[in-house]
Design a protein. Structure first.
Length: 192
C-alpha cells in the first residue's frame, strides 16, 4: 500500500521505501544475487565452450608416440607438395629423399609398403601419419612407431619393408623421422 501511495503521490522515492521496509531490501538484494549468478554461469559456459573449440583444433598426440615428435612438426606440412612416382620400381615419394612402394595399393585394411630413403644408412625410421581432414595423428606401421632400416635397395641408400595400415580415407601426410629428427614429409591421397 505504501508503495502504491508513493507512486501516486510522488511524495516518497524508492529509497525511502527500501529503508522503511527490510523486505524490499532483501528482495532487491536477492535479485542482484540472482543476476550475478546468471551472469557468472553464462560467462563460465562461454569460456568452457571456447576452451573446447581450441582443443579440438589442435593435434592431440597419442600418449605412446615418441617424445621427439612435436605438434609444431605438423605446422610444416606443405599439402601442395604431393608425392610423385619416380624411378623404374614404382616408388612414390619425394625424389632422392624418400618414397614408398605399395602406397598406391588398397591400404585401408592393411598393405605391405617398402620405404626407401636417400642420404641415410643404418638408422631407425619413425613413421607418423597425419590425416588432414580430421587433423588427427595415427600410427601407420602395424609393428609400432619405429623400425630399423636395412641396406640399399632400388637405388635408395636404405630401405625398410613394413606392414602398414591407414585408418581412414583422405589426404595424408607421412612424417618420417630419422635419428629423432624430422627427415621428410610425404603427401598421399589414400582412397581405398
Amino acid at each position: 500500500m505504501l508503495l502504491m501511495d508513493a507512486k501516486l503521490k510522488g511524495s516518497l522515492v524508492e529509497e525511502d521505501i527500501i529503508e522503511e521496509k527490510p523486505f524490499f531490501r532483501e528482495r532487491i538484494s536477492l535479485k542482484r544475487k540472482s543476476m550475478l549468478f546468471m551472469f557468472l554461469s553464462l560467462l563460465f559456459f562461454v569460456v568452457g565452450c571456447t576452451s573446447d573449440e581450441t582443443v579440438e583444433n589442435k593435434s592431440d598426440l597419442p600418449e605412446d608416440i615418441p617424445n621427439f615428435v612435436q605438434a609444431s612438426d605438423f605446422e610444416t606440412i606443405d599439402w601442395e607438395r604431393k608425392a610423385v612416382a619416380f624411378g623404374e620400381s614404382g616408388i612414390i615419394g619425394n625424389e632422392n629423399k624418400s618414397g614408398v612402394i605399395g602406397v598406391d595399393m588398397p591400404s585401408l585394411n592393411g598393405q605391405k609398403w617398402m620405404w626407401h630413403l636417400w642420404g641415410v644408412e643404418n638408422v631407425d625410421l619413425t613413421v607418423v601419419g597425419y590425416h588432414k581432414e580430421t587433423e588427427t595423428v595415427h600410427q601407420i606401421l602395424k609393428s609400432g612407431w619405429t623400425k630399423s632400416v636395412a641396406g640399399a635397395n632400388n637405388g635408395a641408400d636404405s630401405h625398410m619393408p613394413s606392414s602398414a595400415k591407414v585408418p581412414k580415407k583422405g589426404k595424408w601426410a607421412m612424417l618420417l623421422y630419422t635419428e629423432e629428427e624430422l627427415f621428410d614429409i610425404l603427401i598421399y591421397e589414400i582412397n581405398e
